[in-house]
Design a protein around this ligand. Structure first.
Ligand SMILES: Nc1ncnc2c1ncn2[C@@H]1O[C@H](COP(=O)(O)OP(=O)(O)OP(=O)(O)O)[C@@H](O)[C@H]1O
Ligand SMILES: [Mg+2]
Length: 454
């Protein structure tokens, strides 16, 4: 298939520079000097990705994004924006741009962004094909995000929704595991039946069991009437077992049996009641470590983990931080009846720079707070929490030769270990594997750094 890239820029020199660079990276290209010309090319031939400047005489890059989104919704548009003009990048994203690259850029970075956009194009085509195949509507509209990472998640959720198998949703805290579970339900054939959520960490063992399987009258002191358990009452629909990693050990073999046999025996009863409920479980815990530590049963893990959806951390979603940020600004402004409309350039840069250990939830809280505090019509750097405003990335290797900046080997080791742990989403088994040390060694080192277990 052709990998044709359309490049739009009124500046001849820049156009030529990008052309030479991307050609050497193996892309086929057409270059045009204006947005109007770009629309003509789009109507005449198949284009994979559009790469456009924002500031152009005549039709602007933002307007081009709008037009392409309407007339060629499957063609991703990458915009090139000058550093410091985040506002225009945001308005381009709101007009349907897929991602943006800031000037000055390295040609490799640009090529990488283009490749991601090509991949996105392919996924979009695939999702549409699947959707046509099952006649499903837009299932994942509540999941905001247009990054390639989120495009993959969406495509996966659509496929998972077509199956009726048990699903395990994993991901760090605040990554949207519940949102994902609801999306799966909403586009599954069970969508007109209930979605019921239970938090396995919130109830003591006995109550949780009663809640799930139900009980007959007189089964225990307080059981004055019999009650149907959630597994049965959610029949036809989906039961969301949240925080499954915290399911008490005593209940684990019972749940395993229930999931295998698709029937429950209410407490105090002798008869089994069949149910037809799809189970989606979620956890922020590293279940494989929990299994090693004897806290989670391996057989139950395999039984639940038929299909896996791993929600990516927010720090791997690029410009989605700003899309989500804008969404939360609008929501918070509406709720507080304030006229706050956006995010200032410097605040946007800080949001993009911060690693978001608390993910989407942390972002939502930070934005809500900022909207409450701000006296301007867009949230500014000063409205953000200190932690985000003052965040400095910890570079493992110092690039310069300045002796005063160079650090002891031990410090490099520490920074590197923390870096790998962060990249592994806090998963110590994965981090230990990547580092080539055993888990005990990693634990010992982390303890020595004063990193306490979550
Ligand atoms: N892609 C998204 N688009 C819009 N809102 C999102 C998205 N992801 C998460 N949110 C919002 O962020 C918050 C956290 O999401 P959610 O509760 O699904 O996370 P979680 O992974 O279940 O977190 P935890 O592990 O702490 O339970 C919610 O308010 C949710 O609506
Ligand atoms: Mg949750």
């Amino acid at each position: 298939m052709s990998q044709h890239i359309l490049i739009v820029d009124d500046d001849h020199a820049t156009l030529r520079l990008i052309e030479l660079g991307l050609r050497s990276e193996g892309f086929e290209l057409t270059t045009v000097p204006s947005a109007t010309e770009a629309l003509r090319v789009l109507s005449e031939r198949e284009v994979r990705v559009v790469l456009t400047d924002l500031n152009m005489p005549g039709m602007s890059g933002v307007e081009l994004c709008n037009q392409v989104a309407m007339a060629h919704p499957d063609v991703p548009v990458l915009v090139i924006t000058a550093f410091g003009s985040m506002e225009s990048a945001i308005s381009a994203m709101r007009s349907g741009a897929f991602d943006f690259v800031t000037k000055p850029f390295e040609i490799e970075a640009l090529a990488l962004a283009v490749r991601r956009a090509v991949k996105h194009h392919e996924l979009r085509a695939e999702v549409r094909r699947l959707r046509l195949a099952v006649g499903a509507g837009e299932p994942t509209h509540d999941l905001i995000g247009m990054s390639p990472t989120m495009a993959e998640v969406r495509s996966l959720l659509t496929r998972v929704a077509m199956s009726d198998a048990t699903v395990l949703v994993t991901g760090e805290t605040g990554t949207g595991k519940e949102v994902a579970a609801r999306a799966i339900h909403a586009c599954s054939k069970r969508s007109s039946s209930p979605f019921v959520a239970v938090n396995c960490a919130a109830l003591p063992e006995a109550l949780l069991e009663a809640e799930l399987v139900g009980h007959v009258r007189g089964a225990f002191t307080d059981a004055r009437v019999s009650r149907t358990g959630l597994l049965v009452s959610a029949s036809g629909g989906t039961l969301f077992l949240d925080e499954i990693g915290d399911l008490p050990l005593g209940l684990q073999p019972k749940l395993l049996r229930i999931v295998e046999q698709r029937q429950v025996r209410p407490i105090g009863s002798n008869t089994e009641v069949p149910f037809d409920t799809r189970i989606i479980a979620a956890t922020h815990r590293d279940l494989e470590s929990a299994i090693e530590d004897g806290l989670f049963r391996e057989d139950l893990y395999y039984r639940l983990n038929v299909l896996t959806v791993a929600m990516p951390p927010l720090r791997s979603r690029g410009g989605d931080v700003l899309l989500l940020g804008q969404h939360f600004v609008r929501q918070a402004a509406r709720a507080a009846s304030k006229a706050v409309q956006g995010i200032s350039g410097s605040a946007a840069a800080a949001l993009l720079n911060y690693p978001w250990p608390g993910n989407v939830r942390e972002l939502r809280n930070a934005v809500e707070r900022a909207v409450a505090l701000t006296t301007y019509d867009s949230i500014s750097l000063d409205d953000l929490p200190d932690k985000i405003r003052g965040y400095q990335s910890r570079h493992v290797i110092v690039a310069g030769d300045d002796l005063s900046e160079l650090v002891p080997l031990e410090e490099v080791e520490k920074r590197y270990i923390l870096r790998v742990l962060e990249a592994a989403g806090g998963n110590k088994s994965v981090a230990a594997q990547k580092l080539g040390v055993n888990r005990k060694t990693l634990y010992r080192k982390l303890a020595a750094y004063g990193v306490v277990d979550a």
